[in-house]
Design a protein around this ligand. Structure first.
Ligand code: DON
Length: 319
């Protein structure tokens, strides 16, 4: 075959064309009324449901934005990707297949049935049980040192200093008895070897890091660019570990809807109940959108629609 399989090549597209695609997505989906803010974390129910921001970053460092691009939401489960990447940097990629697991559970993200099924084995770092176990592996002599390492790693991906949304952290910490139970179960089954309550608490704090759509797109753009932040020029993670990060995102990034998402877009992606989604087209672009109303699987309705649309227009599907 001499003709390219991809519909478009972002590297050769003019800035105006890319910007138009983002603007079209914003216009097309801003009016979608489906979904509702997460409310099992009380503070998330208070977030403005009309926030809608989109951003795209190319490997050569071009940044495109549309909508409420300064509006910050808590990163929530998207942090699972970056804490997992940190543990891969520290321990190697095999911690996932040999420890936490790399298969989709087919269950909701905070499923206890999934933990019970294999006594805490065969999870993955994208669901709560696997993510709390992953956070428990981050090195550090004290809680403060572990936390600084996690926050700093996220900040290097985003290319700016990040801060915690304290009301969201306090709200979740006061109501996350289910995650505490999951942490203790994972400890009981030997998949967490340190204080499980502390691991759950650090996990809760990492989920409360505030980000805007631009931050998320730069984080995704760093993964699309083999671990080198295309905006700051800093190498944030080892290029060799990036394919494993993307494979785990593709398998379980949108939880029990990960298969539907991959079928639709072909993109490794990760959602958070704050309303953000990041998606990666390797070598091509990092793309993110934020809109708080979620579908029943816990994935932002508008962010999914916008990312799907933009990726199709830009030929992002690697398959
Ligand atoms: O542990 C929780 O329930 C939240 N901190 C994160 C869950 C989440 O973002 C699931 N996402 N779609």
């Amino acid at each position: 075959l001499s003709t390219p399989l991809q519909a478009a090549d972002v590297a050769t597209m003019a800035d105006r064309e890319i910007q138009n695609v983002l603007d079209e997505a914003l216009d097309a989906f801003a009016g979608l009324e489906e979904g509702a803010n997460a409310d099992y974390i009380p503070a998330l129910a208070e977030v403005d449901p009309d926030i809608f921001g989109i951003a795209l970053v190319t490997p050569d460092g071009r940044v495109f934005t549309a909508g409420d691009v300064e509006a910050e939401v808590s990163i929530q489960s998207i942090s699972k990707v970056f804490t997992m990447a940190l543990v891969m940097e520290e321990q190697g990629v095999s911690f996932a297949p040999e420890g936490v697991g790399v298969d989709a559970t087919g269950q909701v993200f905070n499923s206890i049935v999934a933990v019970e099924q294999h006594r805490g084995a065969e999870m993955n770092p994208m669901v709560n049980a696997g993510a709390i176990a992953t956070t428990s592996r981050v090195s550090g002599a004290s809680r403060d040192e572990i936390w600084r390492r996690i926050l700093d790693f996220h900040a290097r991906f985003a290319g700016r200093k990040l801060a915690v949304n304290e009301p969201v952290y306090e709200s979740e910490a006061a109501t996350n008895q289910r995650n505490q139970a999951i942490g203790r179960l994972m400890y009981a089954y030997g998949h967490i070897e340190v204080d499980p309550d502390r691991a759950t608490d650090i996990y809760t704090e990492q989920c409360s890091i505030n980000v805007n759509a631009r931050d998320l797109a730069i984080m995704a753009g760093t993964l699309a660019n083999a671990g080198l932040n295309p905006v700051t020029g800093e190498t944030v993670m080892t290029a060799e570990n990036v394919p494993e990060v993307l494979a785990i995102m593709a398998t379980a990034g949108l939880y029990d809807d990960a298969g539907k998402w991959l079928y639709r877009t072909g993109l490794p992606a990760k959602s958070g109940v704050g309303g953000g989604i990041v998606a990666v087209s390797p070598g091509n672009f990092g793309l993110a959108a934020i809109a708080p109303p979620l579908d029943p699987a816990g994935n932002s309705v508008k962010a999914q629609a916008a990312i799907d649309y933009i990726s199709q227009k830009l030929g992002g599907n690697p398959y």
